[in-house]
Design a binder for this molecule. Structure first.
Ligand code: SF4
Length: 200
């Protein structure tokens, strides 16, 4: 069949009308079934997947403190909108669904600081202020006690300002910029044993 300009416009008009009728029909069916857009009335948060070193970007939609939808961030340069099965299930880190389909906090999620003292066989629950203060104090004590200011290299004494008594492990949950700052901080403290699960 020869497609003239007139017949093309007619065809386009019929197609548009059919699409619009279909969409009206779909809208009615959706309204009749009570189906609502899952991300309606939600707040949008951008985050990084916690599971592996790839560091995919995720958009989480939160309603009343519960993640109701999580999907790949199309603007993120690493995953460009895609997620693997682990990333797609990220909301289950904080919420799972009960047998009535209602979201409830995941009972397996750790929400407290657990501390096991040297030589002890049990964990104690501590608060965050205690944990941060204790970590900071122990880092400072260890650094002050073990910092080497100079070392002999190739028969020559050189300034090294380093400690071999501590190590620093980065996190795939942090962005490249955050890990850059952590790296600077570790170097400033004289830590030379630095690694990261994704070798960033
Ligand atoms: S979505 Fe999958 S590939 Fe991406 S960071 Fe998470 S676990 Fe890794």
């Amino acid at each position: 069949m020869e497609l003239t300009r007139r017949s093309f416009l007619k065809l386009a008009g019929v197609t548009a009308a059919a699409a619009s009728l279909t969409s009206v029909g779909y809208g009615k069916a959706q309204a009749a079934s009570g189906e609502r857009l899952r991300i309606r009335y939600t707040q949008e948060f951008h985050t990084i997947c916690t599971f592996c070193g790839v560091g995919c970007g995720i958009i989480c939609n939160v309603r009343d403190g519960v993640i109701v939808n999580a999907e790949g961030d199309p603007d993120h340069p690493i995953n460009e909108g895609t997620l693997c099965s682990k990333g797609s299930s990220i909301s289950n880190v904080s919420y799972v669904f009960d047998d009535k389909g209602k979201p409830v906090p995941n009972p397996k999620r750790l929400t407290n600081v657990l501390y096991r003292a040297p030589g002890s066989g049990r964990y104690e629950i501590k608060d965050w202020d205690w944990a941060l203060e204790t970590i900071a104090k122990r880092i400072k004590d260890t650094r002050d006690r073990t910092l080497e200011e100079t070392a002999v290299v190739d028969g020559r004494e050189v300034t090294v300002n380093r400690t071999n008594a501590m190590g620093w492990l980065g996190s795939a949950f942090c962005t490249g910029e955050e890990n850059y700052l952590f790296h600077k901080m570790a170097r400033a403290m004289g830590i030379i044993n630095i690694d990261h699960c994704a070798r960033l």
